[in-house]
Design a protein. Structure first.
Length: 195
C-alpha cells in the first residue's frame, strides 16, 4: 500500500484502525472479550475479514493496540512527572493530568475492569501495574509518614473509583469527574501538609 504525497492513504488507514479498535471495544463491552470473534467485528464494521486482518490478525493485537494508544498519555505523564521537582504544584498537576487521561481512556479501563482474567493473560495487566507503580513513585514522598503516603496513593485510586462507581449515578459526567478530582487533590494537599 503506497502513501500519497499528502499522506491521504496513511490517514485513511489510521481511521480504519481507529474504527476497528472502537468497534472491537464496543463488542467486548457488550458481550465480553471471549465471546467476541473477529468475524463479528468485521461484520459490525461492514468489511471483509481479510480487510480486518490487514490491520489486526487477532483480538489480542486489537486489545494490545488499544492499550498502547489509550495509555500513552499516562506514559507521557510518568515521564514528565519523573523530571519535575516533588512539589505540591507538581503533584496537583499530575493528579489533574491523570484525571484527564483516565477520562480519555474510560472505555479501555472499563474493559480492563470487566475482563481482568483476559487482561492478566494478555500481559497488558503487568504493564499497567508497572505504570501504576511508576505513578505512585512520583506522587508519594518516601520520607513522608506512612499515612501521607497512603493519602497520595489513595488520590490515584479515588480517580479510578470515581470512574467506575459514579458512572451509574444521576448527574453530569463532567460534574462527577470534577468532584472526584477535587477529592483527589484534597488528599494530595493533606499529604503534602503533613510531610
Amino acid at each position: 500500500m503506497g502513501v500519497t504525497m499528502d499522506g491521504t492513504k496513511q490517514q485513511r488507514r489510521g481511521n480504519t484502525r481507529q474504527r476497528i479498535q472502537d468497534v472491537a471495544l464496543e463488542l467486548f463491552a457488550e458481550q465480553g472479550y471471549e465471546k467476541t470473534s473477529l468475524r463479528e467485528i468485521a461484520e459490525r464494521l461492514e468489511v471483509t475479514k481479510a480487510a480486518l486482518y490487514y490491520h489486526f490478525k487477532t483480538k489480542e493485537e486489537i486489545v494490545v493496540s488499544l492499550f498502547a494508544d489509550l495509555t500513552q498519555p499516562i506514559e507521557d505523564l510518568i515521564e514528565w512527572g519523573s523530571a519535575q521537582p516533588s512539589t505540591l504544584e507538581t503533584k496537583h498537576e499530575i493528579v489533574r493530568r491523570y484525571s484527564a487521561a483516565l477520562a480519555g481512556a474510560a472505555p479501555l479501563f472499563r474493559f480492563m475492569q470487566e475482563n481482568q482474567a483476559t487482561v492478566r493473560d494478555l500481559q497488558i495487566g503487568e504493564t499497567f501495574k508497572d505504570r501504576m507503580r511508576a505513578l505512585r513513585d512520583i506522587v508519594i514522598d518516601p520520607e513522608a509518614p506512612l499515612v501521607d503516603q497512603v493519602r497520595c496513593v489513595s488520590a490515584i485510586f479515588t480517580l479510578h473509583a470515581g470512574m467506575f462507581f459514579l458512572q451509574d449515578l444521576e448527574g453530569d459526567p463532567e460534574d462527577k469527574r470534577r468532584a472526584v478530582l477535587e477529592v483527589a487533590m484534597d488528599l494530595v494537599t493533606q499529604a503534602h501538609q503533613g510531610a
